[in-house]
Design a protein around this ligand. Structure first.
Ligand code: SF4
Length: 667
């Protein structure tokens, strides 16, 4: 029964859910691109059932950004499996998380190295008749002798392979243990934290990769999918082409930023110094090193020159960079330097691999950076930027427009369904990602009970630059914070920047006696511990006030269900800091989209951050809470008219007096 009903794992559809799933199913059947804007509670995860019902032998690939999104789909697919027991699922979340040998450095490189050493030894032993590498005494002895900190062989990989005698000599295959475990993992629910335990002595990544070959659904992290090289390799090892895949991109409002990050490349002062050391070490053994070596002080001088600037981030002219770097060198242009560097990189990589050093070298980083600089001169979707950081100047070739790559990715797959709870206005995201590519849009209303929420917008405060020093405005913001702190139970206040968070947290520390304060830490580990403490409070009958940054660690991808969070207030419009780089980005998009370009490149991400932050409160239909936008710009038509329909319909404008009254009335 390959119908939507046959795959849908719940007794009933939620309001509008069937319409959404039918749109997704049609995309899986006919191909194309669909963007689904569906608020929390719409049942978006069931899109996977819709694609399964119409996939016609294709694989369904779901790309997620976080482990909590991955777990959501593992849970959903477990339910689907109760209806379709034969369903096979696998996931690949990156070797850093999956590899038992992952330590410092680039695990992909390390893996490549230990696998090639292991393969060479296994083959050698197989030629001598030892077909089961894990039982071969020579291999076992070598593993025992290995330095655990710097392994040259991978015992997990060795346990994952076996040789069989063929007419053409020994041929390598997945071991029986790997095949048995792969089979098990596709048909049982295995959480990511249990994966290492379950894989035992075989490689968890190899196990999942093998499982993925037979799986109907594969869950991937964004990186696996968005990185051309990684995706090509992955699909090749699965024996599929993109046209044999129906794709789901979860929380797709993040795709643009991730895609840009993958295409950007940075060069730090410390990395340049390291490249210099690496080149010095190669002088004796490799020709042509001196010419490149003389170029490095020129890049150093360029970085040094930038230190007189007071900006923390600014644009630099790639033509000046090129002139300065090439001047007095033996090279006519940067492309020629890149050619030599590529040759050197290749050599150094090979010799390092032979010596068991699998780290990415600084020379490779330098090569990549200079290569991108040459590309950026003819491609306006790349900007050359420098940043001032604690360790010195960082040069970056930054991608500012994900559209080309997003379109390539959408078109190469049979079907591509993007889902998000904050895709509003979805038409702007469509333009931003796909320009003129035909896209079907599906926008759903908020179906949670309206009486469970109150949405207020302060009409008398702002964090607009012109009012940041205005005493009256700052005093009013403090009054809003004090009034909001009186809401019962756990609540959160989000600020547009760490700077503003620090500014107001000083006042709050002295003013809020009955709630425990939790201030977002820049350190991830500490932030995680603090958040766990905050979430434990309701069980102890106490409550806390969470102070965080919009777009930070506590504002997205977390489910604060029930009593865990009774209200959230966003102070200001969380726009990215304005500087020359931002202006250039806006100009680029103005040129592309006219007036709407500024909205798409500057205001849209800020609106999304605010919606994500207040969206933490109401995660189930039973949750109740107060949502506050502490910024009068949300009442201006250019922003107000682009908010989701439920927000436009329910938002009550207030001043500090009516805000206090509304807070006092809320039960
Ligand atoms: S083969 Fe597997 S266990 Fe070995 S290094 Fe690679 S990912 Fe890690």
């Amino acid at each position: 029964m390959d119908t939507l009903d046959g795959w849908f794992p719940y007794p009933n559809y939620r309001p509008y859910q069937r319409e959404m799933l039918e749109t997704a199913a049609a995309c899986a059947r006919d191909g194309g691109v669909v963007m689904i804007d569906a608020p929390t509670g719409s049942g978006k995860s069931s899109v996977v059932s819709a694609l399964l019902s119409e996939r016609d032998g294709r694989k369904v690939v779901v790309a997620v950004r976080t482990i909590s999104q991955l777990n959501t789909f593992i849970r959903e697919l477990e339910l689907v499996r109760s209806k379709k027991p034969g369903l096979k699922v696998a996931y690949l979340i990156g070797k850093r998380m999956m590899c038992p040998l992952a330590g410092e450095g680039n695990i992909y490189r390390k893996c490549e190295g230990v696998k090639s050493f292991s393969m060479a030894l296994m083959r050698e032993r197989a030629q001598k008749g030892s077909l089961v590498p894990s039982k071969d005494p020579v291999i076992r002895q070598q593993i025992q002798k290995m330095d655990a900190e710097h392994p040259l062989l991978c015992p997990y990989f060795i346990n994952s392979r076996i040789f069989l005698d063929t007419e053409k000599g020994p041929k390598i295959f997945p071991s029986t243990m790997l095949r048995t475990k792969s089979e098990r993992v596709t048909t049982e629910r295995v959480w990511p934290q249990d994966l290492l335990g379950m894989s035992g002595s075989v490689c968890p990544y190899e196990m999942m990769l093998h499982a993925a070959q037979k799986a109907d659904v594969i869950l991937l992290n964004y990186h696996h999918l968005f990185h051309d090289e990684i995706r090509d390799q992955l699909y090749a090892s699965l024996g599929i082409t993109p046209s044999e895949v129906c794709l789901i991109l979860d929380e797709a409002h993040n795709c643009g930023e991730v895609m840009q990050g993958i295409q950007s490349v940075s060069l730090e002062e410390t990395s340049l110094e390291q490249a210099r050391r690496e080149l010095r070490g190669l002088r004796r053994n490799m020709k042509g090193i001196d010419a490149v070596h003389h170029v490095l002080p020129r890049i150093d001088a360029f970085m040094e020159g930038l230190k007189i600037s007071h900006e923390t981030e600014d644009w630099f002219d790639p033509a000046i960079f090129e002139r300065m770097v090439v001047k007095e060198s033996l090279y006519p242009d940067i492309s020629s330097i890149v050619d030599d560097l590529m040759h050197i990189s290749e050599g150094i990589r090979e010799s390092n691999m032979k010596a068991g050093d699998f780290r990415e070298t600084a020379i490779e980083n330098l090569t990549e950076f200079l290569f991108r600089i040459t590309q950026s001169s003819s491609d306006p979707s790349f900007l050359t930027v420098y940043r001032r950081e604690e360790d010195g100047i960082v040069l970056e070739v930054r991608n500012i427009d994900p559209a080309r790559k997003m379109q390539e990715m959408a078109v190469m797959h049979h079907a591509c369904v993007l889902i998000s709870g904050t895709f509003s206005p979805v038409e702007s995201y469509r333009k931003y990602y796909f320009e003129d590519l035909p896209v079907t849009i599906c926008s759903l209303p908020n179906t949670f009970p309206r009486e469970n929420r109150m949405l207020l917008c302060a009409g008398d405060i702002t964090t607009a630059f012109s009012k940041r020093q205005d005493k009256h405005n700052l005093s009013l913001i403090s009054q809003y914070i004090t009034a909001f702190s009186r809401v019962k139970g756990n609540i959160a206040i989000y600020f547009p920047s760490y700077q503003m968070l620090e500014l107001f947290s000083r006042d709050i520390r002295s003013g809020s006696a009955d709630k425990r304060l939790f201030v977002e830490s820049k350190d991830s580990g500490e932030a995680r511990e603090l958040l766990n403490e905050f979430l434990r409070l309701p069980r102890t009958g106490r409550s806390g006030l969470l102070l965080a940054v919009c777009g930070g660690k506590w504002s997205e991808g977390l489910d604060y269900r029930g009593e865990l969070l009774n209200g959230a207030m966003v102070i200001g419009l969380p726009l990215a800091p304005f500087n020359r780089v931002r202006q250039m980005v806006i100009d680029y998009f103005r040129h592309k989209f006219g007036d709407e370009g500024e909205f798409i490149s500057y205001t849209l991400p800020a609106m999304n951050r605010a919606q994500q932050a207040i969206g933490r409160v109401l995660r189930t239909p039973e949750d109740r809470g107060i949502l506050v936008l502490g910024e009068k710009r949300f009442l201006e038509r250019r922003i107000h008219d682009r908010l989701p329909a439920w927000m436009r319909g329910e938002m009550q404008a207030c001043d500090i007096a009516s805000f206090r009254e509304a807070i006092a009335r809320w039960r």
